[in-house]
Design a protein around this ligand. Structure first.
Ligand code: ZN
Ligand code: ZN
Length: 158
């Protein structure tokens, strides 16, 4: 997930509460119940409880039982509601533009968020960059939010 959480944590913290979801499936690991599937509001047709969200490793899969929206449509709708979770990250092609580097250097943001933006600009994925920077899990969302306003000029979505 772009927010740096894995699928389960992103669902529990960001997506499921906002989409009025409820857990429908959980698995037991070491005596602990870990939820991995939820029924939630569909961001495309707005039907409550019709969107099935399934955590799978680092990602979150979605399917609407009602409108059966295509994956690209569903992901675009989710990216619109949760830009920090499903938003596409900028992909660099043909190196880093000097103007982008200057814009990043001058953009007001916390130092750690700037380091994250630099690593992303260099083509690193958000979770990998956060790992490299040693950002603890509870601080990830804050660091990402700090650089959220910075959009690389000319970035092409994935
Ligand atoms: Zn998230
Ligand atoms: Zn739907």
């Amino acid at each position: 997930m772009r927010c740096g959480e894995d699928g389960t944590d992103c669902a529990l913290r960001h997506v499921v509460p906002a989409l009025r979801g409820r857990c429908t499936k959980e698995r037991r690991t070491g005596g602990r119940a870990v939820p991995y599937q939820w029924a939630a509001r569909c961001p495309v047709c707005n039907a409550d409880g019709k969107l099935t969200l399934t955590a799978k490793g680092r990602t979150l899969l979605a399917f609407c039982q009602k409108c059966r929206a295509s994956q690209p449509d569903l992901m675009a709708a989710l990216a619109k509601e949760f830009p920090d979770c499903f938003g596409v990250r900028p992909v660099r092609r043909g190196g880093i533009a000097a103007a982008d580097l200057v814009a990043l250097a001058l953009a007001p943001m916390p130092p750690l968020s700037r380091q994250l933006a630099m690593l992303e600009m260099a083509g690193m994925s958000t979770p990998d960059a956060l790992d490299k920077l040693g950002v603890s899990r509870q601080n990830r969302y804050r660091v990402i939010a700090g650089r959220a306003s910075f959009v690389v000029a000319g970035a092409t979505p994935e």
